[in-house]
Write a protein that binds this ligand. Structure first.
Ligand code: NI
Length: 195
């Protein structure tokens, strides 16, 4: 889903990690007590939803989630392109939304073929207004909630089946969406450091 950025932005946590991300626990700490018991009783789909929530909303082991890293980013910052060959935060937000939506569509039987590096993969993100930036973030949220609802409706028995014929399993696809969220959240974190 991303050919160019590997050579542009190395992955890595930000220098300063939020102190309490995991329900009051420090980042990197294993869960304890009731939280450990709760995880033990979760189904695999509930675990996937939990990981998706950590990646998107907060409580990620590594640091800032998608929402956390976007907090406070202005439209002007979202359109900045500190790396001539790199993406803007605005472009990354629209691209994250595309692949969350691909996961949801494939669960419903739509192949959702998105050619890599096409305008479908990287939708135009050239409206500089604050209103458009707010709308882009709202669209990302709406798509995310739709994906969460779609995952809740998946029978556990489907997890190891191809999400569609010729595609990865439901399990690999959903974890792929989580990985994709975090990969690009890390890029946004680095872009913010350059501002
Ligand atoms: Ni990507």
């Amino acid at each position: 889903m991303e050919r160019r950025t590997a050579r542009i932005l190395a992955c890595g946590p930000p220098a300063s990690l939020p102190v309490a991300l995991n329900g009051g626990q420090d980042a990197h700490d294993p869960p304890t007590g009731m939280s450990a018991l709760r995880e033990k009783l979760m189904t695999e789909l509930e675990r996937i939803l939990d990981q998706l929530k950590r990646a998107y909303e907060g409580g990620a082991w590594h640091g800032p989630s998608v929402k956390e890293v976007l907090n406070g980013v202005t439209a002007q910052q979202a359109h900045a392109r500190p790396l001539a060959d790199g993406h803007t935060i605005y472009e990354l937000v629209r691209h994250i939304a595309v692949w969350e939506d691909v996961g949801r569509r494939r669960l419903s039987g739509d192949p959702a073929e998105v050619p890599i590096s096409s305008p479908e993969d990287w939708p135009p993100a050239d409206d500089m207004s604050e209103a458009a930036w707010e709308q882009a973030k709202e669209a990302l949220d709406r798509g995310h909630q739709a994906l969460v609802e779609a995952i809740k409706a998946v029978p556990e028995s489907r997890l190891d089946e191809p999400i569609m014929e010729g595609k990865s399993s439901v399990y690999v696809t959903l974890h792929g969406v989580i990985q994709h969220d975090l990969y690009h959240a890390g890029q946004i974190a680095i872009l913010k450091k350059g501002m």
